[in-house]
Design a protein around this ligand. Structure first.
Ligand SMILES: [Zn+2]
Length: 266
């Protein structure tokens, strides 16, 4: 200890014998009163009049053997025949994609409503005692509720591949997606850019990160513009840490919100 510090300590101790820490806390300025939160901005809400269909991918009960028959139903999607649904992926510690998708969708729903949008969800719970809906019903859901956009929320599972998000959009299949492929691809492109600008890291292993595909039933059965977002890689330790924390899930919802706003900008 230097002599100077010792002298200062002695001086502090001399004031009524208070400890340095206690004295410092007594001398600290009182916290400034919190400034009142700003009220809502004037003018129409930015997403007023918009209807967004949110599809939290999978369902916990899809892994329940009791629903094996329901899961095994198949349907042709314009390109290939696929089953009703799958269980989804999970983190190395067993956190289910279904649960992650559900939580992000719930946070996103609140934020979209705050901006004036109407939000409809393809499933109303996340439970081991529920299954589906099947991917064809998820795809048809957007038109059923008159949505401007269907956003299917997922996470990938690719061991050792690194993290980051990417977006699937439908390719043109005559009689199936020829009506929505163009707008879906444009909206997906805008979403990708806006999410990246907001700080979401773009997948390094999916190149390009906007994947135009004929394979996904959720997209092919849609009659409104549709995108399927793989928000990250559950097998990447960094992504998994974010995906399993409440703050991380809210961060994903915020990134999606930025993407959806950009997609719907006229
Ligand atoms: Zn998935």
């Amino acid at each position: 200890m230097t002599p100077r510090v010792r002298a200062r300590s002695t001086a502090l101790l001399a004031i009524g014998g208070l400890s340095a820490a206690l004295l410092a806390s007594l001398l600290a300025a009182p916290a400034a009163p919190a400034t009142p939160a700003a009220g809502p901005a004037p003018g129409p809400a930015p997403l007023a009049g918009m209807v967004i269909a949110l599809d939290p991918g999978h369902q916990l009960g899809n892994a329940n053997p009791k629903f094996a028959d329901e899961m095994a139903q198949t349907r042709f999607n314009g390109y290939e025949t696929k089953a009703c649904n799958t269980t989804g992926t999970e983190t190395a510690s067993g956190y289910a994609e279904s649960t992650f998708n559900w939580r992000v969708a719930r946070y996103l729903k609140v934020r979209l409503r705050q901006l004036g949008a109407k939000v409809k969800m393809t499933r109303d719970g996340n439970s081991y005692s529920k299954w589906g809906p099947c991917v064809w019903d998820r795809g048809k859901f957007g038109a059923k509720v008159g949505a401007d956009l269907l956003v299917s929320i997922h996470a990938d599972g690719a061991p050792g591949a690194g993290g980051g998000f990417f977006i699937f959009v439908p390719s043109v299949i005559d009689g199936w997606t020829d009506d929505i492929a163009g707008p879906s691809q444009r909206m997906g492109k805008r979403m990708l850019r806006a999410m990246a600008d907001a700080g979401a890291s773009v997948s390094a292993y999916m190149d390009p990160p906007l994947v135009v595909t004929p394979t996904l039933s959720t997209l092919n059965f849609s009659d409104v513009p549709a995108v399927l977002v793989e928000l990250g890689n559950m097998r990447d330790p960094g992504d998994a840490a974010r995906m399993t924390s409440r703050d991380g899930q809210k961060q994903y919802a915020d990134w999606l919100l930025r993407g959806i706003r950009a997609a719907l900008r006229r």
